[in-house]
Design a protein around this ligand. Structure first.
Ligand code: ZN
Length: 97
């Protein structure tokens, strides 16, 4: 899958941080979260935070300089909306909606 490397523009940082908290898919988390205490974010323990310089772990300082293209450019919002729409359709078809 194509990747995008930091530095990221402000709009890209915003897209990444929104993705982290959206609950659409699993957020990027720190690989050290089981080795030292990490706080619990809105979606999981040890969530990474996006900055212009890349991802950073607020608890141990771990950094990561890449994300998937579709996370960076905001495409995930469309994919997420489509997923929700399909779930609703399925529920309706099954008479659960
Ligand atoms: Zn960490």
């Amino acid at each position: 899958m194509p990747q995008s490397f930091a530095p990221w523009r402000p709009s890209e940082v915003a897209s990444l941080n929104e993705y982290q908290n959206a609950g659409a898919w699993h957020p990027f988390t720190c690989p050290n979260r089981d080795l030292s205490p990490h706080r619990t974010g809105s979606q999981d323990v040890g969530m990474l935070e996006a900055s212009a310089a890349g991802w950073i772990c607020p608890d141990c300082g771990y950094m990561q300089d890449w994300a998937h293209d579709w996370m960076v450019d905001g495409t995930w919002r469309m994919l997420f909306a489509e997923n929700l729409r399909m779930l609703e359709e399925r529920k309706k078809r099954q008479g659960l909606g």
